[in-house]
Design a protein around this ligand. Structure first.
Ligand code: SIN
Length: 478
């Protein structure tokens, strides 16, 4: 059987589904998802969606984004992001979605680190990603195939004709006139991470095999406040909006030590807060999040996901201090794309969301600019496809490489340890070279699917080695 669609979207997070929703209704669209449809980072996003509050706020939103990104951002793209943010609330609310409001019906805006004002909209309290994802998924009429692992891109002469997929232990090629990569970031490469279990950078690794350029891969963001003392690979994010609304970071003596590192304390940008917490812990201290600003009723209403999760884990908040650690959270780098989300030097191949590098985040993403990115660039991508789609046809032989090998899991776990230790918050040449040596030595032993994540790790390490000076989230101590 030969499957052919107008558009294939690889990934079922907000970037992918928002692209699908904005495509011309005449197009036959297939969304491929590696696990279940909710196995994506958007589903776990807590804080919210950043929007410029009005025309007057645009320069401030741009400046906050650029300061957080250490001015490594592409200013033109940041301007585009901010300008387009003005219509995001309307775009989704006109479909029936509701952001959280006060009793008079005014939208509530929260704040997170490095924002100069409250401009983040949220839903379901701290369940913004889940609420949005559930809503857009229910609206979308695309075909979905789940448990489908993409292991090849069918490319000839810089045109993409489709993808190769493993599903139910069967390999198949699926063809399309346009392909959109929306597969998310790289959390699974790190021992401690906040990402959905499916997120492991496979598509970025595949891109390296297809001469597709990755950019800024050394720019990995670590979230400062994560509860990591749980067995699951995915750790519990404690949203930055907690700090935005009054939670404090304290040590074993209840000292708010972050002010010793930056005058903005808990609300400095993420790279600074993460490094400060990491450094303070290395000096033998314990670090906690203190919720005592609020009573239980407020917490259960405003931050229900976090409140109930911590209660299940045995914490009696707001009375108990909750131990925290930084953990890998977000990849600023990725597949280099043009303004229309098209992958540089390719004709009908796009990338959107975390997997793409538009240049908007620079060296450190401003909090809650990521769901915004999904909305803005998902729509831009869909509009470009709607205008330019044309019929293409070519058949490819199935790639015969062995996809899985017996020891893949063992090596994956080793990689997670090594990336956390050697390619984490604080880096130096000696440790980066050790990590590179491990990755290069291991690649020939792996099945193709695990090899893809190792290739991505290799790109991160090589980029980190190449950038000798510290910048934003990339910190070199040597
Ligand atoms: C958070 O709620 O702290 C995460 C939001 C984000 O990553 O932008």
């Amino acid at each position: 059987m030969q499957l052919k669609y107008d558009v294939i979207i690889v990934g079922s997070g907000l970037a992918g589904i928002w692209t699908a929703l904005n495509l011309d209704k005449k197009l036959k669209v297939l969304v491929l998802t590696k696990s279940k449809v909710w196995g994506c980072n958007s589903f776990y996003a807590q804080g919210g969606v950043t929007v410029a509050k009005d025309e007057k706020d645009i320069p401030f939103h741009i400046e906050d984004t650029m300061i957080a990104g250490s001015y490594h951002n592409d200013k033109k793209m940041v301007e585009l992001l901010s300008q387009k943010s003005l219509s995001v609330i309307d775009d989704i609310e006109k479909l029936g979605f509701r952001f959280d409001r006060d009793e008079k019906g005014n939208i509530l805006f929260t704040r997170e680190g490095a924002h100069s004002k409250n401009r983040i909209v949220h839903a379901g309290g701290d369940a913004t990603g889940r609420e949005i994802h559930k809503f857009v998924f229910n609206k979308d009429k695309s075909f979905f195939i789940d448990e489908a692992v993409v292991f090849d891109l069918l490319i000839e002469d810089n045109k993409c004709y489709g993808v190769s997929v493993l599903q139910n232990n069967k390999k198949m090629n699926i063809y399309a006139n346009s392909v959109v990569i929306a597969s998310g970031g790289v959390g699974g490469l790190y021992k401690f991470d906040t990402n959905a279990n499916t997120i492991s950078g496979d598509m970025q690794g595949l891109c390296t095999l297809k001469n597709i350029k990755l950019k800024d891969m050394e720019m990995t963001q670590f979230h400062p406040t994560v509860y990591v003392q749980m067995k699951t690979a995915q750790k519990l994010l404690l949203s930055e909006s907690l700090r935005g609304e009054g939670a404090k970071v304290v040590d074993q003596n209840k000292k708010r030590f972050l002010f010793d590192y930056d005058e903005r304390g808990e609300l400095a940008s993420r790279d600074i807060v993460s490094r400060a917490i990491y450094d303070y812990k290395q000096r033998g201290n314990e670090v906690f999040l203190d919720f005592s600003e609020w009573n239980e009723k407020f917490l259960a209403k405003r931050f229900p996901t976090i409140y109930y999760k911590l209660r299940d884990l045995g914490y009696n908040i707001p009375n108990d201090l909750v131990p925290i650690s930084p953990a890998f959270h977000y990849m600023m780098g990725g597949i280099e794309v043009e303004e229309n989300s098209k992958i540089k030097n390719f004709k009908n191949l796009y990338a959107v969301g975390e997997v793409a590098c538009t240049g908007i985040h620079g060296a450190n993403r401003l909090a809650s600019n990521s769901l915004l990115e999904c909305f803005v660039f998902g729509k831009i991508c869909a509009e470009d496809i709607n205008k330019n789609i044309s019929e293409i046809d070519k058949r490819f032989k199935i790639n015969e490489e062995i996809l899985k090998k017996e020891n893949d899991k063992f090596y994956k776990n080793q990689l997670r340890e090594i990336m956390w230790k050697n390619v984490g918050i604080i880096r130096d040449e000696k440790n980066l070279l050790k990590a590179l040596n491990f990755v290069e030595k291991t690649i020939p032993k792996l099945g193709r699917i695990t090899k893809l994540r190792f290739l991505t790790a290799k790109e991160i390490i090589k980029s980190a080695l190449n950038r000798k000076e510290s910048l934003g989230a990339h910190y070199r101590k040597d």
